[in-house]
Write a protein that binds this ligand. Structure first.
Ligand code: PLP
Length: 374
């Protein structure tokens, strides 16, 4: 049976990985500065991670959400501890889109309203409400287009105010650092004003931390660079280091009710074991410090390259902007220098999303290769 052909593929076949490297079927080593779309947080095949998953699958891989699963509570407690999100409650699911879908659904349940405000160049996933809140007409099918969504320019606070004061908006959803769009960020004043406007208008403020969360921005969550209190925080990607897991942190002002949300696979034993291993490793290896140290080093090194017009992002969620489209450069880096980097909706931007334990030597290696490739 042929595969449904929706992904344009690079001609490379990774068969194993270790730390910040993957190895292809010919034994060639690649430096992974992309982490498979920002997913690899603690590194490929991290020993703690392998051990945790192996032990768990040998014991109990799965049972449904109809029984006690103490691993979920352990994961929630560790997440509260590391994120500093005291009092929030956790609902577990399986992916980023699903996290945002549940976040939007909760906002609508809570407020009784249904219109969503999202922002230009935002990406929130491919399920019904999440894709409708995504600024890309090519991936919105007619069935998704029936959702009530208004997409506004980032930083246009007057437009947000006008829309929220109409009284029908259940949620404002925002990426504090845009991922797929190309690393744009709103201003501090904008985010803090949006937070206030949400509170004043009975609108839920949703922080989409699917990509920017889990230490990637240099704080546990990117919203923590600002003085805001999201009502719902969605997480996925780095949460499982490749094991499919997602979730939402829910402010206690939103009350739970049996049956309000649900999933078969979400929060299963194996996913929780993977998620716990990730959190323990972020803590034990001081990965937030490493993100800040290596992120700053990367930005300094980038200044040495005149072809780079702008460095965007924070921590290890970075983008290098050129005055030409980077598609060929990415291919050159993969095929001739054996390095994975990422692209974005902004075609002139090279995205850098390495595992959070990347070292200075890897950054040096990247810039040497980049200089030669340019
Ligand atoms: C900010 C953001 N939200 C949501 C998603 C969707 O996540 P998933 O692909 O796991 O459904 C992504 C994926 O790239 C993302 O970057």
């Amino acid at each position: 049976m042929p595969l449904f052909d929706v992904y344009p593929l690079y001609n490379v076949t990774p068969v194993s990985g270790k730390g910040v490297h993957v190895y292809d079927d010919k034994g060639i080593e690649y430096l992974d500065l992309y982490g498979g779309h920002a997913v690899i947080s603690i590194g490929h095949a991290h020993p703690n991670y392998v051990k945790a998953i192996k032990n768990q699958v040998e014991t109990l891989g799965f049972y449904s959400n109809a029984i006690q699963n103490p691993l979920q509570k352990q994961l929630a407690d560790k997440l509260e501890d590391l994120s500093g999100c005291k009092d929030y409650e956790l609902f577990l699911c399986n992916s980023g889109a699903e996290a945002n879908e549940n976040a939007l659904k909760l906002a609508s349940f809570k407020t009784g309203k249904k219109r969503v405000i999202a922002f230009e160049k935002g990406f929130h996933g491919r399920t019904s409400a999440a894709v409708a809140a995504t600024d890309n007409k090519n991936i919105i099918a007619p069935i998704n287009a029936q959702q009530a969504v208004t997409i506004l320019p980032l930083n246009d606070i007057e437009a947000v105010k006008t829309e929220l004061e109409k009284g029908d908006v259940c949620a404002v959803i925002v990426e504090f650092i845009q991922g797929v769009g190309g690393l744009d960020q709103g201003t501090k004043t904008f985010f803090e004003e949006v937070d206030k406007l949400c509170k004043a208008n009975n609108t839920m403020f949703i922080a989409d931390e699917v990509q920017s969360g889990y230490a990637r921005s240099g704080k546990f969550f990117a919203y923590q660079h600002y003085n805001v209190t999201p009502d719902v925080i969605s997480i996925a990607k780095g949460m499982g280091n490749g094991f499919p897991i997602g979730g939402i942190l829910i402010h206690p002002s939103i009350e739970s009710k049996y049956g309000m949300l649900g999933t078969t696979f979400g929060g299963n034993h194996l996913a929780c074991a993977a998620g716990l291993a990730v959190l323990n490793t972020i803590e034990d290896e001081n990965l937030i410090d490493n993100v800040n140290k290596i992120g700053a080093y990367f930005v300094e090194k980038a200044k040495e390259i005149p072809q780079i017009k702008k460095v965007k992002g924070r921590g290890l969620m970075l983008g290098l902007e050129f005055d030409f489209e980077v598609g060929d450069l990415r291919k050159d880096l993969i095929y001739n220098y054996h390095m994975f980097t990422g692209g974005a909706a902004n075609k002139k931007l090279l995205r850098i999303l390495p595992p959070l334990n990347v070292k200075k030597a890897h950054i040096d290696q990247f810039f040497e290769a980049l200089k030669k490739a340019l």
